[in-house]
Structure formats: structure tokens, C-alpha cells
Design a binder for this molecule. Structure first.
Ligand SMILES: Nc1ncnc2c1ncn2[C@@H]1O[C@H](COP(=O)(O)OP(=O)(O)OP(=O)(O)O)[C@@H](O)[C@H]1O
Ligand code: NI
Length: 426
């Protein structure tokens, strides 16, 4: 990135003389397959508006693993759901763009929806709903912590994977006609799913491919197990089956949200190795969401650290883990002497992730009340700074990217306590 702070990705928005969003895709690396700009997702609850994802920017390159790490409640899963447009009420994406590189799609919509197209990129947020839905599977697919959220208990495992294979084949056989493909997969697919929950309507060749995939993910006797139902599989086997299903569509981007958290340690390691191997083989890009720094260190090329809905620091694994700038990142990794340690964990940092309720947040650094280096500057809204101008991007939402810590400007240690007393919190 050549521009000085604030980070160049915001440049598009500010050039627009008050335009609410940027013009076209954000600038980035030529290998980017995904560019996310200013993504915000809120939940409108009785307790108030919860800012679960707050102006998130990041990009994912071809064939890389991009990690998102952070404490529980920091907004990792809601970010994942927002990428694939699966946020449910009372939640809603309130701003942002998700630019996805697909030359065919871009061509398809260039004339009708020019604001959704920039070069080979489309802003999936501006595409029609049915097209967005059709992208799930062939473009973006997901692996979650709980396999039962992705697998239907009343359909055999093989059948479900074969279905994913068919979706992909139909999409590929007619790449130019995104619209006819999505019509087939909008209502059409919903109706077939509803009418024929147990009927084998997948072809023999798709089933054979499903068996191949089950074998690839290390399921013994795949031809036989393909005809079993999810409840007949153990946890680790189900997780493998879900990976097979996710990869059946040969997605460009695989979003894995805590894919191994529910499994015991040895199986975790096997599944991660498997994911890594398949990802390298298929050259899939992966967004890997986890609270486990060991998973990040072992799997990821680049990483974003989330805190209170924001990505507070992102860059290469070396940038973030070896030269962290944000005191939150420092705190997280502070206790880890060696990343080769098989199970480095997040270090507990004193205090809790803030409530994320809008009126309690205000325009300030959200970490300031837990930060050992909080200064008066931290009470204003913090933009994303470029920590190392001119190098590969290392972006940080912290004034320390710009200036040294100075005790003279330190916030009094009880600054936030007093405010909390006023609000009547404990
Ligand atoms: N359906 C919902 N209704 C209201 N608030 C929600 C809902 N889903 C998530 N949130 C809020 O959004 C915030 C972010 O949640 P999210 O699940 O993304 O965290 P996370 O980083 O994935 O945490 P974990 O590591 O525990 O999975 C939390 O404060 C949570 O309370
Ligand atoms: Ni989560």
C-alpha cells in the first residue's frame, strides 16, 4: 500500500465527495478473490441495537487461508454469516460491500447492474437475492462447528454430497447463464427439496463423485457409508462428511467457522491437516474463523484480529504475530512463548468484551477501557492506519500505529470506571 494512513482502502469512499459507499471494488492485491469493505451488521433487539460487526474491511487472496481470530462474542461468526448473506432477523447487514471476483458473473451483470460490477469483480450485496443464494455452494461454501446444522438428518450422507456435486455441475455446464441457473435454483430447488426429501434424484455419476469425496476426506468404506444417515456417523466422521459436502461444489471460497472446536484434540489435528491438504489441492481460498491461536498459526497466511465487532489489526501472520502494534493483539499473544507450541491459547485479558450495545459504545477505541496504553487520543473514533506504509498491508486500528505511547497523555486509570458508575453498572 503506497498511501499514508488512513489505509488506502478507504480512499475510494473519501474521493466520492460524500458518496455513501465507495465507487467500485476497493483497491487491493491482484490475487484477491474477495474484497470486503465497510461491512457492518447489527441486531435490533429489545435491549437495544447490537453492533456485532462494525465497519470491517479485509481481502482474501486466491488459494490462501485468511484467519479471523478473537474472543468469544467479538463478531467472528456474524462476519462469516454476513459474507454469505445468512444473517437472520433481528439481525441485518446495515452497510458494506462484498466484492467477489468472477469474470462470468461480472460480464453477466455489467450492463444491467453497472454499480454492482467493477472489472472482474461483482458486489454480491448488490446482486439479486436469487443470484446471491445460487452462489452458496459453487462460489462460497461453509463448514461450521456443528455438522448437524449443514446436514439433513433424513437424507443419506452420500445423497447430500451428491446433491452438492450436482449443483456445481449444473452451474458449470452453463456458466454464462447465471440467471437461468439461479431460476433453477431459486424456487425450483426449494420445491424439489420440499417434495422429494428422500427421493434419490441425484445421478449415479454424482453419487460416484460423492463416494470419491468421502474417500478423499478419509472415511473408510465410503461406498457403504455413503448410504448411511448422519446419525450413524461419529462426530469426527460427520465433520469430515461436512467438509466433503463443502468441497463438492469446488467453491472458490470456503468459510470455516470453528470447524474443529467440538472435536477432541487428535481428531482436530487430523481434520485441520485434511482441510489444509484439500485446500492446497483444489487451490481454494479459506476464511478460517477460530478463537484458537494454534489453528491460526498452523493454517493461515494472513490474519485479522477481531475485537468488539471490528478488525483491530490485520496483516500477514508474521506482521500480526511477530510485530503486533495493537495492545489487544499483544495481549492475546503475549503468553505464547512459541507458536509451534501444539496448543497456544488466547491469553485472558482483564475485563470483558464490551456489550456492543450501540449507545454504550460511542466513537472511541473499544479496547481503551482494558488497554494498558490508553491515552486521551483513544477517546475519539479510530480509523484504520497503515502500520508499515509501502509494505504489504498491515492495518491497525490504534493510535500507536501513528505515535508513541506517552505517559503524559495517559487516560486516568479510573476514567471508564467513573463513567460506568454513572450508568449504574457494576
Ligand atoms: N441472533 C442474535 N441476536 C442478538 N445478538 C446476536 C445474535 N447473534 C449474535 N449476536 C451478538 O453478536 C455479537 C457477535 O457474536 P458472534 O457470534 O459473531 O461472536 P463470535 O466471535 O463468533 O463468538 P464465539 O467465539 O463465541 O463464537 C455478540 O455480542 C452476540 O451477542
Ligand atoms: Ni462464533
Amino acid at each position: 500500500m503506497s498511501e499514508p494512513a488512513p489505509a488506502a482502502e478507504h480512499a475510494g469512499a473519501s474521493e466520492g465527495h460524500g458518496a455513501p459507499e465507495g465507487h467500485g471494488a476497493p483497491e487491493g492485491h491482484s490475487d484477491d478473490v474477495l474484497r470486503v469493505r465497510n461491512l457492518s451488521t447489527r441486531f435490533f433487539t429489545e435491549e437495544g441495537q447490537i453492533n456485532a460487526v462494525e465497519s470491517v474491511d479485509f481481502a482474501v487472496r486466491d488459494g490462501e487461508v485468511f484467519g479471523i481470530v478473537g474472543e468469544s462474542g467479538s463478531g467472528k461468526s456474524v462476519t462469516a454469516l454476513s459474507l454469505i448473506d445468512l444473517v437472520d432477523s433481528p439481525g441485518r447487514i446495515t452497510s458494506g460491500e462484498v466484492w467477489y471476483r468472477d469474470a462470468d458473473l461480472a460480464e453477466e451483470f455489467r450492463d444491467d447492474l453497472p454499480e454492482a460490477v467493477d472489472g472482474d469483480f461483482v458486489d454480491t450485496r448488490r446482486l439479486p437475492e436469487d443470484v446471491r443464494r445460487a452462489l452458496r455452494g459453487p462460489a462460497f461454501s461453509t463448514v461450521f462447528q456443528d455438522p448437524m446444522s449443514s446436514l439433513n438428518p433424513s437424507i443419506t450422507v452420500g445423497e447430500q454430497i451428491a446433491e452438492a456435486v450436482e449443483v456445481q455441475r449444473r452451474a458449470r455446464s452453463n456458466p454464462r447463464s447465471t440467471r437461468s441457473r439461479t431460476q433453477g435454483y431459486g424456487m425450483g430447488k426449494l420445491i424439489t427439496d420440499a417434495l422429494l426429501p428422500n427421493k434419490g434424484y441425484t445421478s449415479e455419476s454424482s453419487m460416484n463423485r460423492a463416494i470419491e469425496l468421502l474417500e478423499q476426506v478419509g472415511i473408510p468404506d465410503p461406498a457403504q457409508r455413503a448410504h448411511e444417515y448422519p446419525h450413524q456417523f461419529s462426530g469426527g466422521m460427520l465433520q469430515r462428511a461436512m467438509i466433503a459436502q463443502a468441497l463438492a461444489g469446488e467453491p472458490d471460497v470456503l468459510i470455516a467457522d470453528e470447524p474443529t472446536t467440538a472435536l477432541d484434540v487428535t481428531i482436530q489435528a487430523q481434520i485441520l491437516n485434511l482441510l489444509r491438504d484439500l485446500q492446497e489441492e483444489q487451490d481454494t481460498s479459506v476464511v478460517m474463523i477460530t478463537h484458537d491461536l494454534g489453528v491460526i498459526a498452523r493454517m493461515c497466511n494472513r490474519v485479522g484480529v477481531m475485537y468488539a465487532g471490528q478488525i483491530v489489526e490485520r496483516g500477514t501472520l508474521a506482521d500480526v504475530f511477530e510485530s503486533p502494534v495493537h495492545p489487544y493483539t499483544e495481549g492475546l499473544i503475549g503468553s505464547i512463548p512459541d507458536l509451534d507450541d501444539p496448543a497456544p491459547r488466547l491469553q485472558p485479558i482483564e475485563g470483558n468484551v464490551p456489550s456492543l450495545v450501540d449507545e454504550e459504545m460511542g466513537g472511541r477505541c473499544f479496547f481503551a477501557d482494558r488497554c494498558p496504553k490508553a491515552m486521551t487520543d483513544c477517546l475519539q473514533e479510530i480509523p484504520e492506519y497503515d502500520a508499515e506504509p509501502g509494505t504489504d498491508e498491515h492495518a491497525v486500528r490504534c493510535v500507536l500505529a501513528e505515535r508513541e505511547y506517552s505517559e503524559a497523555d495517559a487516560l486516568p486509570p479510573d476514567h471508564f470506571d467513573r463513567n460506568e458508575e454513572v450508568r449504574g453498572d457494576e
